[in-house]
Write a protein that binds this ligand. Sequence first.
Ligand code: PLP
Length: 454
Amino acid sequence: MTQRKFTLDEKDLPTHWYNIQADLREPLPPPIHPATGQPIGPQDLAPLFPMALIEQEVSRERWIAIPEPVREAYRLWRPTPLIRALALEKALGTPARIYYKWEGVSPAGSHKPNTATAQAYYNKQEGVRRLATETGAGQWGSALALAARMFDLECKVYMVRVSYDQKPYRRILMETWGASVVPSPSPDTNAGRAALKADPNSPGSLGLAISEAVEDAASRDDTKYSLGSVLNHVLLHQTVIGQEAKKQLELAGDRADILVGCIGGGSNFSGFTFPFIADKLTGKAKELRVIAVEPMAAPSLTKGTYVYDFGDTAMTTPLLKMHTLGHGFIPAPIHAGGLRYHGMAPSVSALFEAKAIEAVAVHQNATFEAAVTFARTEGFVPAPESAHAIRVVIDEALRCRESGQARTIAFNLSGHGLFDLGAYERYLAGKLEDQEYPAEKVRQALADLPKVAV
Ligand SMILES: Cc1ncc(COP(=O)(O)O)c(C=O)c1O
């Protein structure tokens, strides 16, 4: 009998988060204040984030202890299983061994609660009463709504108007957990009111929703802002995924040759791969290949440039050195809503520059084809975001079939797609379009970037 599922006991839950900043050869370029051109200090971020998270953002400690109340929250769904994709392997006729780390078992259905719970905890500790955030397709908003409920905080979510109208079930999920959800642009903030005045039917954008949530937090003493990806502390919290996966591969008596993750702002990819990349950086796993998969429609690693840029469209955030398509980037309406972001986490960007990781961009139809193959073999219906990883896993496994090499491929299945069936319906009806972001547009957008002399 070939073992299919590798599970850990609750007592095996990691006790610390792994901080890759300790192992980077050079420190990350600092965030820059757009007005002064100087590196920002903790006080600049204090209106938005609790001090514990600001400290984690810049920490170079390798291991950071996970507070017990956060571990208790994690124990509700963690450790998550690592599953051998035996049915997929068989269908592909590949000698490769394929494993997936299944993060869709959290109450919100993705990896996002790994950081949402930690952020809610630290805010509660520092006397914050209320959290404000933005959400595109709704995965992040629902994770924060859940975490706020667990730690007895109020939660206000600015949800991009098109998603609010088109995807009511994520909104209802957030409201079920007690969050207050408004379509963005909303009449509740200056940024929202200005956008509504310019266009009462504005469909909204993630950049605008970020501006509304940041304004909300900055203008109220009892409220802080919460972000679901990109920042160092967010990626840090996700490293429980990779630490568990390492132990589970050991249980399987296997060692990864290739790791794959989809990538939006970088949090699930980093959480899964950073604990393995630690071994690559220290020379213990030199041959390991690590592949980030992004959509052709938002190709920040494969087509973007490594420069300082704003984190949001409205230019309210500090400048981060990252691979970016330009903060004015307007993504095509692909169904992987969580991957439609112009920038990339600074640590992932630095690793890509250092050639420690690879990146591949894939089309929407090829991605859904892989998702349906996965659903018809392994059963789980993947989130459109996660399906990007599956596309590349299948391509690598088919390459193994050609070469006869029995590689071990592991990937992060970051979430389920049970609220994304509208997208599946369109794919099955042959109505999905492929969207590619033209190189010419990247060049134009980059002309508008802020000039930073660092
Ligand atoms: C299921 C799922 N996977 C991946 C992502 C991409 O984000 P990140 O790159 O931060 O993991 C999202 C974002 O919403 C998501 O919902």
